[in-house]
Design a protein around this ligand. Structure first.
Ligand code: G1P
Ligand code: ZN
Length: 562
C-alpha cells in the first residue's frame, strides 16, 4: 500500500536567458545550474515539452557521476512527481552511463529519460554540468522537441513539485507514494546489470576471453578517465573476460574526474598513450565522462582515428554475433567525419548517409532500420543496439574482430588502407575563444561560400597548390521525416579531393570553440603509411589563410589536435 498522500506545489519562477539545448542537451557551468530555479526551470520545460502524455508516463534518470548529479536527480524525482509522471527508473546513486540509459529506456519501454552529464567536459564545482533528454526510442530529443523545450524556458512562470518524496537514491528497490490520489513510484535499479547483459547478447565473450583473458595472447589496458564507464569496465573486463585487475585503470568514478578532462583523445588521455608506448599491451581504450566516446589504440600506442575505426568496423561486422543475426543494413557518418566508411559501404553495396554533427541525427535512420552502424570523427561509434554512441561497445567490437581474425590493431588497419586507400584526417580545436570574433569568422566564411568567384580560386602552401572545386554551408534533409537542418558547417572542397570544414562547437558551456576539420584521400601505396599531420599540413595552412582564423581569434595554435 502506498505510504503517503502528497500534494503538488506550484512554485513561481521567472525565465532565464540561454536555456537553449545545444548539440547534446543544455550544458552550463555548475554555478549556473546551482542558481535558484535554474535547474527547475529547465526540467519543467522538458516535462512540458512532452505534452499531456507526461501524465502516467515512465521516465529514466541517470548521470555520469559528476558534481551536482545527485542534487539534479533529486530535483527531477520531485518534479516528475509534481508533473504526474507514474514511474521513474533511476540508476542507483543517480548514476548510469549514457549508452546504458539509452538501453534502459528501450528495455523497459519507458517514455524517455534524463541524462545528467556534460559528457567530455570537465566536472566539479567550478566546471560543467548538463541535462539532456532522450525520447522513447532511447535517443536524444530531435530539434523539433528541443525547440519546444527552449520556447517553454522563455515563457515559464511556475513549476510543479512535490517537495518531499520518501525514497533512498542509494538503495536498490521500489519506493511508492500517492500524489493527489495517483500512485508515483521511484524504482532504483542496478545501473550496470542490464547493460552488461546486453553486451553478452551482442558479443561472443568466450572468444574475446580467449584473446584477452589470463594467459591469452593480448594484454589490454582500459582507462575510464574516472568517468562513468568505470563500473561497467570492471564488470566486463575483469569479472567476465578475466583480464587482470590492473588492466583497468581510473575506474573509480570521481565527481571532478580527478581534475582531468574526461575526453578520450591523444591530449587528454596522454597517460594511456604513454603506458601503451612503454609496455607490451596489444590493445588500449579510453572513454569519456559519460561513456559514449572511445579512443582505440594498438600496440605501442598505434592510434586509430575514429574515422578509420568506423570504416574498419563496417568492413568486419560479420565477425560480431549480433550482426550475424540482424544482418548489416546501411551505415552513416557525420558530415565532418572522413569518407573512409563510404568506401566500405560502396564495396559492400550498403546505403551510406552523411548527417549533421550530433548523434540525434542518426536516430531516424536507426529507427527506420536503414543503418546498423554509425559514427563521428569526435570519437563516437555505435550501432542500432542503442540510440547513443557507445564507448565500451566499440572496444568490445574491436576485440571481437581481433579475436576472430587473429590479427593486431596495426595489421588490421594497414591491410584496410591497402585495400581501400587511406582517408587522412585531422581536427584542430581552438577552445575557449571569445564569441564575437568567431562569429565574424563564420560570417566571413558564409560570404566566401556565397561568392560565386570562390570556386576556381587557387591557394599554395608548403609546396602544394589547392584549387577550390566547390563550397557550401552543409544542409541536411532527413530522409525519413523530411526535416531540414541548415548551416551545419562550412565546407570547402578542392580539386584533389581534399576538404576543409569549419564549425563552431555546440557543446561548450561558455565562449566559443572553433573546429577546423581537414581531410584528404590517398591510394598511392607509397604514401598511405605516412603521417597524417605531415600529409595535411599544407591544407591546414590554406584553411587558416581562407578563414583568417589566427588574426580573428588571436590564436596561433590550436588547444587540441586530433
Ligand atoms: C561535439 C562533437 C560531436 C558530438 C558532440 C557530443 O559537438 O563534435 O560530433 O556529437 O560533441 O559528443 P560540438 O562541440 O562540435 O558541437
Ligand atoms: Zn560523452
Amino acid at each position: 500500500m502506498p505510504a503517503h498522500n502528497r500534494s503538488v506545489v506550484l512554485l513561481p519562477t521567472q525565465p532565464f536567458d540561454g536555456q537553449k539545448p545545444g548539440t547534446s542537451g543544455l550544458r552550463k557551468t555548475v554555478k549556473v545550474f546551482q542558481q535558484k530555479n535554474y535547474t527547475q526551470n529547465f526540467v519543467q520545460s522538458i516535462l512540458a515539452s512532452i505534452g499531456p502524455s507526461v501524465e502516467g508516463s515512465t521516465l529514466v534518470v541517470g548521470g555520469d557521476g559528476r558534481f551536482f548529479m545527485r542534487e539534479a536527480a533529486d530535483i527531477i524525482v520531485k518534479m516528475a512527481a509534481g508533473n504526474r509522471v507514474s514511474r521513474l527508473i533511476v540508476g542507483q546513486g543517480g548514476f548510469m552511463s549514457t549508452p546504458a540509459v539509452s538501453h534502459v529506456i528501450r528495455k523497459y519501454k519507458a517514455d524517455g529519460g534524463f541524462i545528467l552529464t556534460a559528457s567530455h567536459n570537465p566536472g566539479g564545482p567550478d566546471a560543467d554540468f548538463g541535462i539532456k533528454f532522450n525520447m522513447n526510442n532511447g535517443g536524444p530529443a530531435q530539434d523539433s522537441q528541443t525547440n519546444l523545450m527552449f520556447q517553454h524556458t522563455k515563457t515559464i512562470t511556475s513549476y510543479k513539485i512535490v517537495p518531499e518524496i520518501d525514497y533512498d537514491l542509494d538503495t536498490i528497490g521500489e519506493y511508492s507514494c500517492t500524489v493527489e490520489g495517483r500512485q508515483f513510484t521511484v524504482q532504483i535499479i542496478d545501473p550496470v546489470k542490464d547493460y552488461v547483459e546486453l553486451m553478452k547478447q551482442i558479443f561472443d565473450f568466450k572468444q574475446i576471453k580467449s584473446l584477452v583473458g589470463a594467459g591469452g595472447p593480448f594484454k589490454v589496458l582500459i582507462n575510464s578517465l574516472h568517468g562513468a564507464t568505470g563500473p561497467y569496465v570492471e564488470k566486463i573486463f575483469i569479472d567476465e573476460l578475466g583480464c587482470p585487475a590492473d588492466s583497468c585503470v581510473k575506474t573509480n568514478v570521481l565527481p571532478d574526474f580527478g581534475g582531468g578532462h574526461p575526453d578520450p583523445n591523444l591530449t587528454y588521455a596522454a597517460d594511456l598513450v604513454e603506458a601503451m608506448r612503454s609496455s607490451d599491451y596489444g590493445f588500449g581504450a579510453a572513454f569519456d565522462g559519460d561513456g559514449d566516446r572511445n579512443m582505440i589504440l594498438g600496440e605501442k600506442a598505434f592510434f586509430v582515428t575514429p574515422c578509420d575505426s568506423l570504416a574498419v568496423l563496417a568492413n568486419n561486422l560479420d565477425h560480431i554475433p549480433y550482426f550475424k543475426k540482424t544482418g548489416v543494413k546501411g551505415v552513416a557518418r557525420s558530415m565532418p567525419t572522413s569518407a573512409a566508411v563510404d568506401r566500405v559501404a560502396a564495396k559492400k553495396g550498403l546505403e551510406c548517409f552523411d548527417t549533421p554533427t550530433g548523434w540525434k541525427y542518426f536516430g531516424n535512420l536507426l529507427d527506420a532500420g536503414r543503418i546498423s552502424l554509425c559514427g563521428e570523427e569526435s570519437f563516437g561509434t555505435g550501432s542500432d543496439h542503442v540510440r547513443e554512441k557507445d564507448g565500451v561497445w566499440a572496444a568490445l567490437a574491436w576485440l571481437q574482430i581481433l579475436a576472430s581474425k587473429k590479427c593486431t590493431v596495426e595489421s588490421l588497419l594497414k591491410e584496410h588502407w591497402k585495400e581501400f586507400g587511406r582517408n587522412f584526417f585531422t581536427r584542430y580545436d581552438y577552445e575557449g575563444c571569445e564569441s564575437e570574433p568567431c562569429e565574424l569568422m563564420m560570417k566571413n566564411l558564409q560570404d566566401y561560400v556565397d561568392d560565386a568567384s570562390s570556386v576556381g580560386k587557387e591557394y599554395s602552401a608548403l609546396g602544394k597548390t589547392y584549387k577550390v572545386s566547390a563550397c557550401d554551408n552543409f544542409s541536411y534533409t532527413d530522409p525519413i521525416d523530411g526535416s531540414v537542418a541548415t548551416k551545419q558547417g562550412i565546407r570547402i572542397m578542392f580539386s584533389d579531393g581534399s576538404r576543409l570544414v569549419f564549425r563552431l562547437s555546440g557543446t561548450g558551456s561558455s565562449g566559443a570553440t572553433v573546429r577546423l576539420y581537414v581531410d584528404s584521400y590517398e591510394n598511392d601505396g607509397s604514401k598511405i603509411f605516412g603521417s597524417a599531420q605531415e600529409m595535411l599540413a599544407p591544407c591546414v595552412q590554406v584553411g587558416l589563410e581562407i578563414s583568417q582564423l589566427t588574426k580573428l581569434t588571436g590564436r596561433d595554435a590550436p588547444t587540441v589536435i586530433t
